[in-house]
Write a protein that binds this ligand. Structure first.
Ligand SMILES: C=C1C[C@]23C[C@@]1(O)CC[C@H]2[C@]1(C)CCC[C@@](C)(C(=O)O)[C@H]1[C@@H]3C(=O)O
Ligand SMILES: O=C(O)CCC(=O)C(=O)O
Ligand SMILES: [Fe+2]
Length: 419
């Protein structure tokens, strides 16, 4: 565990961040302990009619630098969601994906067997031998600390655009009025092959030229994540006996989502959650976590911690890949807990298909032989469902499947005329 000194350094100004990001090898100085300020009656969290942008900026102020012993009511989660952590860590295999490149056939079969066993049960494994530059991974993690330490007004310049995933959010207070997660997030889209680097453009265009170096760090990081995702797709093909290239080609033109999670220390960690219980609606998640720990997976009714392994990245199957495997591989419930003393950072790269691709399992092989578990759908529909109609939780895919039969048509009927 990294011991975080408790001094409260001055908040770095964006230009100093730019210099540090340009150095691309940052030693994050400890973030100040961000504690909640009990909201005054004026912080009235978003109701259906209230202006959400206004509520968001008010609620965002809740993550303040003042010490309070109690967390505000909207951050308190139901007991069942916030059940205590199991003492037994989850035995997640660390798979050496370097074997896909070095011709080690025995190693390749061992890796495929490890992935098959993990994905058919709890859907999580870790990878080493991934080839992601350690200095780049460190710069991406520390860049998150730099961003989230900025004054609120600067972070709000990247405020999330309603109905999209991109942007800065504080506790999702612009979207939800209860069960607020104890986190701040910064999310942005990634796809390659564009005329100019989309992540660099996002940072410079949203936060200003000072943030271009930070954008370059995340541009490079996302490019590495895309390459690793395609390598993992090859391994998933092999482990499922699916024709070579089926999944890799499906994601060649992927349009993914990068999300930086920042979890401040919390005065009552047992009553709230950094990220509530959910299955990722996306296809595959590559999670780089710092060494504080907090990710937990629900297995046999217990919340089992996933220990951070230095240099390794956590991989988990999402709903979209569960459908692509016709249910053979599982998208499983997981959550993130917080603690009293240390901030925690995690970077989640969510691999998503191009919006209009039809999510359909291969018709051949063992996957194709079984009866279809899920209807065809597009990622655009599932994404829209999670952003406009349903808070991703423990039953997202089932709720989505039901919505598919009438939701899009109703939504279209309700949509204002385009003419
Ligand atoms: C499509 C998505 C929705 C969420 C981000 C993501 O890209 C994949 C994970 C989803 C999420 C993290 C699942 C838990 C609930 C959620 C609201 C959150 O806590 O952030 C979800 C994300 C969202 O912004 O809707
Ligand atoms: O921060 C973590 O460990 C998990 C976050 C997560 O599950 C998510 O953002 O989907
Ligand atoms: Fe997740």
């Amino acid at each position: 565990m990294v011991s975080q000194a408790q001094q409260e350094p001055a908040l770095p100004h964006s230009s100093s961040i730019a210099k540090r990001a340009a150095a691309a090898s940052m030693d994050a100085s400890p973030a100040p302990p961000l504690l909640l300020r009990a909201p005054t009656p004026s912080i009235d969290l978003p109701a259906a009619k209230q202006d959400r942008a206004d509520a968001a900026s008010k609620a965002a102020a809740v993550f303040d630098l003042r010490r309070e012993p109690k967390i505000p009511a909207p951050f308190v989660w139901p007991h069942d969601d916030a059940r205590p952590t199991s003492a037994a860590e989850l035995g997640v295999p660390v798979v050496d994906v370097g074997v896909l490149r070095n011709g080690d056939r025995a190693g390749l079969h061992r890796a495929a067997a490890q992935v098959a066993a993990a994905c058919a049960t709890h859907g999580f494994f870790q990878v080493c031998g991934h080839g992601v530059d350690a200095a780049l991974a460190r710069a991406a993690l520390d860049g998150a600390s730099d961003f989230f330490r900025l004054p609120l007004a600067e972070k709000q310049r990247a405020r999330r655009v309603p109905g999209t995933v991109s942007g800065y959010t504080s506790a999702h207070a612009d979207r939800f009025a209860s069960k607020l997660p104890w986190k701040e997030t910064l999310s942005f889209g990634f796809h390659d092959g564009a005329a100019s680097p989309v992540v660099v453009d996002y940072f410079a265009g949203t936060l200003g030229q000072d943030f271009e170096p930070m954008g370059r760090v995340y541009q490079r990081y996302c490019e590495e994540m895309k390459a690793l995702s395609l390598t993992i797709m090859e391994l998933l093909e092999l482990s499922l006996g699916v024709e070579r290239g089926y999944y890799r080609e499906f994601f060649e033109d992927s349009r993914s989502i990068m999300r930086c999670n920042y979890y401040p220390p919390c005065p009552e960690p047992e009553r709230t959650l950094g990220t509530g219980p959910h299955c990722d609606p996306t296809a595959l998640t590559i999670l780089l976590q710092d060494d504080v720990g907090g990710l937990e997976v629900l297995v046999d009714g217990e919340w089992r911690p996933v220990r951070p392994v230095p240099g390794a990245m956590v991989i988990n199957i999402g709903d979209t890949f569960m459908a692509l495997s016709n249910g053979r591989y599982k998208s499983c419930l997981h959550r993130a807990v917080v603690n009293r003393r240390q901030e925690r950072r995690s970077l989640a790269f969510f691999l998503c298909p191009r919006e209009d691709r039809v999510v359909r399992p291969p018709a051949s092989g063992a996957v194709g032989a079984a009866p279809r578990r899920y209807p065809d759908f597009t990622w655009a529909d599932l994404m829209r469902f999670t952003q406009r109609h349903y808070r991703a939780d423990t039953r997202t895919l089932d709720a989505f499947t039901r919505w598919l039969s009438h939701g899009p048509a109703q939504e279209a009927a309700a949509a204002p005329c385009s003419t």
